[in-house]
Design a protein around this ligand. Sequence first.
Ligand SMILES: [Zn+2]
Length: 421
Amino acid sequence: MTILIRGASLNGVVKDIYIKDNIIKSIEDSIDLHAEIVVPGAGKAVIPSLVNGHTHAAMTLLRGYADDMHLQEWLEQKIWVLEAKMTEGDIYWGAKLACLEMIKTGTTFFNDMYWFWRGTASAVEEMGIRAAISAVFIDFFDKRKATEQKALNEELFAESKRFSDRIHFTLGPHAIYTVSEESLKWAADFAGKNDLLLHIHMSETKREVDDCIEKKGVEPVKYLEKIGFLGPNVIACHSVWLSQEEIRILGRHDVKVVHNPVSNMKLTVGGTFPYQQLREAHVTTCLGTDGCSSNNNLDMLETMKFASLLQKHHLGDSTALPAREVFEMATSQGAKAFGLNCGRIEVGYLADLALIDLKRPEMTPHFDLHSDLTYAANGSCVDTVICDGKILMTGRKVEGEEEILEGAKRAAFDLLSRASG
Ligand SMILES: [Zn+2]
C-alpha cells in the first residue's frame, strides 16, 4: 500500500509526504511518485498521532454512569458492582468504542490495563490502531488468586503472539495495595525474561503512601526499588505523591512516568504531578487520560490543556509546561516511553499520523500550531488519521462507526440491567 499526502503543512511549511507499507519513505516540497491513495493536504497540518499512556479502554461503558461521588463510595457502590458482572463481550464493545473515540481524536496508541484481555485485543486488532495491553493483575494478597493470575498471564502472553505486531502484551500489576510482594517480584521477573513492559499505578493518593510507610517502613518507590521491581520497562502511572529522593530513584532506574491530569483532578488525589522535578531528574514523562469513568473522555488534546494549566495554576507560574513541551509529552515522549518508532513525522518513522483541519474557528487565525492544539482545539479538529500505513479516518468518518455506537450502548444498558437484576 502506498499513500501520498499532497501539500499538507508540516511545521508551517507545505510538504508532500510519501508512505510505503507502514513507513514514511519521503518528505519533499513536491513528490512525483505514483501512489495508490492520494490524500489532499491543503488547509491541513500534519502531526504525529497521539500516544495515550494510561487508560482502561473498556471503561467507556461506564462513562457518565456515576460522577460527583466520594472515591470509596463511588468504587464500592457503583464501579465494582458493574465490573463484577462484565463479560468478554462487554469488554469488546467498550474497547471498540474507546478505539473509535481515540481515532476520532487523533490517538493511535494506548496503554491499557483491564479485565478480559482478549476482548480488548480483538477490538484493537479490528480497529487498526496500536496498544500495549495488560490483563489487570490483582491478587489481594491471596495465594490462590496469585497462582490463578500468574497462570492466566502466562496463557495470555502465549496467545498474544497470534495477534498482529500492533498489539503488545504487557504485565499489569495493578498497584502495591492490591498485589502481594511475591506477585510483584514474579511480574518483574517474567517481564525481564520476556522483554515486556510493567504497567502499574504508583503513588496516586496520600493514603497509598502513608499505608506503604506504615506496612513497609518506606515510601512506594523505595519499596519497589527494594524488591527489584524498578527498571526502564516500568510504566508508572499517576505518581503525584513523590519525594525528591524518590524522583532521583526513578531517574536512576529510567522508569517512565505517566501523568493523568483530568483523572487526578476529578478524583481529587490531592497531589500535583511534579513535572519540573521529574524533568530535572531526566525521567521520561508522558500523558494519559485514565479510564472514562474518571475523565470522562479519551481526548488527548484536552488532556494536554489540563496538564499545562494544572502546572501553571499549581506553581503560580504562567510559563510552566509550555504548549511545545506538552505536545511532545503526547507524541515523541510517549513514543519513547513505550519504545515505539513513531511520534515524529520524519523519514524512516512509522506512518502513524493525523491531519488537523485548519479551516475551523478554533484554529483561526493560526499563529502557532502547538498553541492552537493545546489551548484552543479539542479532538474534533482531527480530520484524517493514519496508523501503520493505513487510513483509519478521512473527513472525520470511520468505517462501521454507527454499528460500534449501537453495540456499545446496547452492551452498557444490558450490563446495567444484569447488575441491578
Ligand atoms: Zn488507572
